[in-house]
Write a protein that binds this ligand. Structure first.
Ligand SMILES: Nc1ncnc2c1ncn2[C@@H]1O[C@H](COP(=O)(O)OP(=O)(O)OP(=O)(O)O)[C@@H](O)[C@H]1O
Length: 240
């Protein structure tokens, strides 16, 4: 059952993150609202993963504040996160999903049916009995998505879910993301694939060196970037 409150809008107010002397995020303010997927783009090391972790509540900012639906408590009841290299439990594909359902509080008598539905939704029904660790990279990402969807999230954070996948596996993952977005789940996803931005994004957050340089609608970002760094990034120039 869903909690009555909403985690949206997600708001960051002057958020900075440091690790010792290293600045990772620098005074980021933004608001994420319901709607089409928000893609976080920028060069390697720009801070995309760190920003996702702060948005999920996995990392506390060194300065500034984060709120979900106006609340500052970080209980991630309606949020889920898929890591770039998800860790599979040493059990079957179905058991990985069943575990996620149990963690999410799904009653035992409903779990078998939900496992079937979730595996079907990520096209893994045929592999239900396989050890999860024997899956290919693309299949593991799909299973990680099924586990995340088992939480019935309102907000789903994805950290470069297609970074190491070939085009066919990328398409499979993107179809799941598109279906989740179509079902009303707010997707916030790091990517450095501009083709993916074109295919999936409603909105773009463009980051360079820990700073948020643009938050714009995807078409505007792609056609009329407002900063020289974004224009260079879109041209394929090296942006440091
Ligand atoms: N715990 C930490 N201690 C020190 N530096 C860190 C720590 N975590 C991240 N960083 C640094 O912060 C910067 C941002 O890292 P982050 O992984 O968020 O970037 P990214 O945009 O996701 O990169 P990539 O595209 O390569 O995944 C990097 O320079 C990274 O080395």
């Amino acid at each position: 059952m869903r909690a009555p409150h909403s985690d949206l809008p997600l708001a960051l107010d002057e958020v900075s993150l440091r690790a010792g002397e290293t600045g990772i995020l620098d005074r980021i303010s933004l608001t994420i609202r319901p709607g089409a997927p928000t893609l976080i783009v920028g060069p390697n090391g720009a801070g995309k993963s760190s920003l996702l972790r702060v948005c999920m509540g996995l990392l506390a900012p060194t300065a500034g504040g984060v709120s979900w639906g106006g609340r500052r408590d970080a209980r991630p009841l309606r949020r889920a996160f898929v890591f770039q290299r998800p860790v599979m439990l040493r059990r079957s594909v179905a058991a990985n999903v069943a575990y996620a359902l149990a963690q999410a509080g799904c009653p035992r008598r409903l779990r078998a049916l939900r496992v079937e539905e979730l595996l079907d939704s990520v096209s893994l029904s045929g592999l239900a009995a396989r050890p999860a660790r024997s899956l290919s990279g693309g299949e593991q990402q799909k299973l990680a998505l099924a586990r995340a969807l088992a939480r019935d999230p309102e907000l789903l954070f994805l950290d470069e879910p297609t970074a190491n996948l070939d085009p066919a596996a990328t398409r499979g993952v993107e179809e799941i993301v598109r279906a989740a977005a179509g079902a009303g789940i707010k997707i916030v996803m790091a990517s450095h694939d501009l083709g993916q931005v074109r295919r999936l994004a409603g909105e773009v957050l463009f980051m360079v060196r820990g700073c948020l340089r643009e938050q714009s609608e995807a078409d505007a970002f792609l056609d009329r970037p407002s900063t020289p760094e974004a224009a260079a990034f879109l041209r394929g120039d090296i942006v440091l």
